[in-house]
Design a protein around this ligand. Sequence first.
Ligand SMILES: [Zn+2]
Length: 269
Amino acid sequence: MSILDNRTELTRRVNEVAEVAGYLWQKGWAERNGGNIVINITDCVDEEIRRLPSLGERRAIGTTLPHLQDCYFYCKGTNRRMRDLAREPMANGSVIRITDDCAHYEIIADQEVRPTSELPSHLSVHDYLIAKGSNYKASLHTHPIELVAMTHHRPFLEKDVLTRLLWSMIPETKAFCPLGLGIVRYMLPSSVALAVETIDAIEEGYDVVMWEKHGVFAVDTNIMSAFDQVDVLNKAAQIYMAAKSMGFEPEGMTDGQMQEMTKVFGLPK
Ligand SMILES: [Zn+2]
């Protein structure tokens, strides 16, 4: 028995997470248990799911998130590998319900797989997104090699330096990652401060945020779109590095060429 049985849309969403988890592993972005995925599945929840009992005890989130009342999420399990989740999403992740006090959660399916230690930060972002009326339902954290490497160079950490550089490497980057790349300076992984700074960067207008010397945090309507944005940005980073390794500074598209993109494709920036 699985919560996915006879639930086409929920199955599709969880399978999409599994597909993305496989890509993260194949790309070398998900060593060991690295990376996290949390998706809001509340709109797939029916009365039968609402009545499912908690597997084990109620657990504290560690913070109160008022907009998550009666919300349901599929979350990667703590210490679980993306490559295992790709094959068996319900053995390496679980469905949780946020309790009425908005400060606890219960694991309801399929097994008592405890969610990622990053759950409070991911849920804080989802709480923010709901408060804003956003239609974004997926959050992704991963370690894309070339993008992380670029954050080891201080000049790249200034506002929108990387955004402009990556956009100028290949036109699609601006078209498919139109809000650019926010930057959050180094902070302790899993810390509240890191979550707060990430939300600040999203508030500033980014949906992909780079954590210095660590990885990327992306939000989007679904997990595949969040992955696509990171993939597109990392491709641009690879083009930059390929040019550098051939011994020259890549020229990049001109400001005029990028403005033309904005106009013709109706891009926000
Ligand atoms: Zn990480």
